[in-house]
Unconditional design. Sequence first.
Length: 465
Amino acid sequence: MGLYAAAAAVLAGAEGRQGSLKGLVYSSSFQNVKQLYALVCETQRYSAVLDAVIANAGLLRAEKKLRPHLAKVLVYELLLGKGFRGGGGRWKALLGRHQARLKAELARLKVHRGVSRNEDLLEERSRPGQAYQVPRFVRVNTLKTCPEDAIDYFKRQGFSYQGRASSLEDLRTLKGQHFLLDPLLSELLVFPAQTDLHDHPLYRAGHLILQDKASCLPAMLLSPPPGSHVIDACAAPGNKTSYIAALLKNQGKIFAFDQDAKRLAAMATLLARAGVSCCELAEKDFLTVSPSDQRYSQVQYILLDPSCSGSGMLSRQLEEHGGGTPSKERLQALAGFQQRALCHALTFPSLQRLVYSTCSLCQEENEDVVQVALQQNSGVFRLAPVLPTWPHRGLSTFPGSEHCLRASPETTLTGGFFIAVFERAEVVPGPAPQDKAVAPEPLSKAPKRKRRRKAAAGASVEPST
Ligand code: SAM
């Protein structure tokens, strides 16, 4: 095995918690241990920078066979290291095609952070409040107002509207009293990170919801038309539920479950303030909700946003040592519940589309859960190829994982997030309101088919977010 492949294997092993970098280097069959160790340490040190550059340059989308860890090592060598060793062989030729774009993305990152040396990109991470600053996203609650009226209100207050952003770059450079409309979501306003709207009259009146863009995507991608029946399986405190209600225009029904009474009480207040009238709240363990109950016979859409480690949450990354990395035992327990909940949700007889989301960055809670669910429902459900231009995709752990979406401050200017959209295999995808490649068909006419019912018993885990 060559140096770069060995380094990629060590990085993948470390991410999969198979051991420490040092342990994995020593157990590797690569002979020059010192050289290998230096390369993986340096690549790891620049990991966030490399992730951002690779995602923004669209490298993995263009080179579908290139695995993410190998890409990271190679891009490190190309941009930050001493250049390809031993001539670089085929890797030099492969990366050569993307060299200009990768260099431009690195330069852009430095300009954005106001630094001139590669080293200075690293220091940002340890400055709380600096590295993870993302814009303040504000969703206009269309049950109560419309984006045009909200924009006018802000303009009257002295804010300066800059129109609809055309790229993430526009969001990155927002300053002062300027604000924009998000390039992807037409009801999402974007303000500079420091903007505090918690006391804003429109927020207090439920016209605005302070919701990160990544957290808006699950409802947007579920995209239920008015009149639909929807289950929100783990719903409290209800920000996504309220967005679903807005998409439904309060027409249809949302069955919202949560097993935490306190969070449900907060949710009831939030929904009332947001003017949601199409939602039935129930204090219930979703795993005990029967798919054969007649009440759910018309449910074609399910949102499953289960308890997770929250390792992608900005506040946690800042507060917790080690970037909020959860213990192996906690991850196992969470992933067990997520797996059971997802497989249970996929047994609802009329289900056509399901969005699975977490605010975790851990593969165990994301790609691994999705992969098992796909294997257990092979031929019945598949991943929908959503948002093809979204820059940050699922880790390449199984064929098709590129249909999953990831989000992070570095790559998408949002909190850390993961989303997978399941659709029944018989449904032919058509244009969606927000993104032509994602759209669900009119689902009511889709044929039903027998499907396997999977055991879904077992204890759930306390809510974490
Ligand atoms: N979707 C919510 C939102 O956008 O506001 C956030 C959901 S939070 C990540 C996960 C929720 O799942 C918690 O409120 C937790 O109480 C709930 N939960 C955990 N286990 C559950 C179960 N077995 N059945 C129903 N809800 C559960």
